[in-house]
Every structure is written in C-alpha cells, then in structure tokens.
Design a protein around this ligand. Sequence first.
Ligand code: 3EB
Length: 359
Amino acid sequence: MRAPRGLHLDYVSPAEYQAARWADVLGVATFNGRHAGEPTPPHPTAGGLSAPAPTVNGTGGIPIAQVSTPVLPTATYVCEVWRCGETAESGQHQGVRFRRTADMLFGCIAVPEARGGEHPTLREAATHAYREMCQTLDAHDYPHLLRVWNYLPDINGDSNGTERYREFNTARRQTLRDCGWPLSGNVPAASALGAPADSPLVVYFLAARTAPTCVENPRQVSAYHYPRQYGTHSPVFSRATVLRQGESAALFISGTASIVGHRSLHVGDVAAQTREALSNIEALLDEANRRTPGARFTLDALACKVYVRRPQDLPAIRRELDSTVGAAPRAVYLHADICRQDLLVEIEAAALCPLPASA
Ligand code: 3EB
C-alpha cells in the first residue's frame, strides 16, 4: 500500500508494522517496552523489523532509530513510522543510517557514551552525532534540516557541575557552527528528552532539498535567544517548521512545554502545565496557518508524542489532552525526563494538511 507523495506519520505496534508491509517507508523510530530494572527483551528490530517489502532500492534496509525511552502506561513497543509515498533508497554515511527520496532524507545515529571509549562524555558523543549528521546531509545535498529528535541518557544529570542537557547544547551549537549551519532563524524543529542512563545518545532527523518555513511562537522567546540563565550556549531549534510538498504541507511542532516568555510556568501543577503547553501549540498552529497560504492545520489532526516526567501524572495529562483536543487524540505517551527540572510534561506534534492546487 502506498500513500500519496509526501510525508506521512503512523504510530503502530511492531506487529501492525510487520503486517502493513508498506512499500514506502522512509524511516522508523522505536520506543522501548522495557520497564526500569527489567532485563532488556529482544528488541523488535532483532525480531524481524526489517525492510517491509522487496521494492527497496540500494543497500541496507530501513533505518531504525532505537530509542530506549519507555512507553506509557504499559511497556509495549511503539513504532513511529515515517512514509514518503514513493520508492526510497537506503544508505549509510559514517555512523548515520539513512533513507532518501529526491526530496527528503531520514537519518539516524546512535552514539554510546563510554568512559575510556571513543566518546567518553556526552559532549563528545553529541559533537560526533551532529558532525556526522551534517556531513551526511552535505555529502548527499540535503541542505535543509526540518526536524531533529535528540534522546539523551540521564538528561538532567550532572557533568562536572554542569547539567548534561546544557553540555549537549554546547556541543550542538558549536558543531552546527563549525559545520557552517545556521544557529538562529533557519533552524530545525527539535525535541531533546531523556533516556535511561545506560542507553546511547540517539539522534534522528528529517532533512529536505527545499527550505521549510521556520515558525516561532509569539508567546515565547525563541529558544536560540534564551538568556544565559538556561546555559551558556542556547538551544538551536525553531518552535515549528512547515514543508510544502506538492499537494500537502507537513508541520513539525517542536517539543512544547509550559514556558511563556522564557520562564517555566505552573511549577508543580501538571494539569496547568499541560494546558499551557497546549495553548503554546494552538499559538503555533495559528502561526503555521498564517505563514502557509492555503493550509489549515488543526489541533485534532495532530499526531502527538507526549513526554511525561512522572508516570503517576499520566491520567491528569491525558484528561487535559482529551478535553482540549476532543474525541480521541492521536497521541503516544512516553516516560521521559524533560530538559528543565521544573517541567513535568512536554508535547511534540506533527501534521499533514492538504493544500489547494492553486496555493
Ligand atoms: C523548551 O521550550 C523546552 O533542546 O532541542 C523543547 C524542544 C525543549 C527542543 C531542544 C528543548 C529542545 O525550551 C525544551
């Protein structure tokens, strides 16, 4: 089965993924079914999550980012499947596994942080991941990053007196700068979340040959302009990006939390934090629609990934989402630490919307 050309996103179980036999998969991210303290079960990639159809061109199979951040409420694997509606070609550049069409590339890299190993610190692991991502995109001529997902082991942990998320920000900014990529304005949408301490740094991304529209949130200070109280090197990401792709437009909303201006609001109140994050997402939808002639992105059409710091907050977060988004929101919930200690919930989202032929 093949979708119309352009990106599509599905969240499915490994069994559904296998049964679907999609011929146009561009890339996959899997989220873990492991409970803390349990032995690692065989990963679905080892159990046959491979190229879904023999229409695959070139070498290798589908790139799969294996994220060990657990799924809530019960630990069952979730596959985030990006499809493109056309035949794609797989490849590898250094440590990056990728798959691409004439317009788009999905890539992923996992870098273990090993004491005494090649990348002894998170900063070095992140530098390595970002350098190889940039070099892959340069080598294959996809000059526009649309969206980057970052999963950092022990994101709030300490590294010689500096929070590991801040170390990551330093590496991201310096490496993008060294590779000649922009540090503000035309920068990708992103998420940066925690993963269990024993997992590798996992980075996966979507890039394109055409430039996206980068969208900021009028309610928030741009992340790349955060004051230094949040770290000496500010995070490099846009609040959202929009890519026009023929008859449709794809919207990528960055991880969005209860931040107004640059401050965290509703500290300790998870329901209020969820409502504030959703207000930020609504503001981004308005901006995306204003900046994309012919598009009408709506809350109920979003596919959401919701990051929950404390599993016991899941019912309250779900209640807010259900009442704001209505009916049955397309949402998966993950148990993850969030980059500020005072944030309890963060929501990222993606959506496709048809464009009129004349737009
Ligand atoms: C925030 O708005 C919350 O460092 O890539 C959200 C999305 C956040 C992306 C990143 C961080 C990142 O600052 C945190």
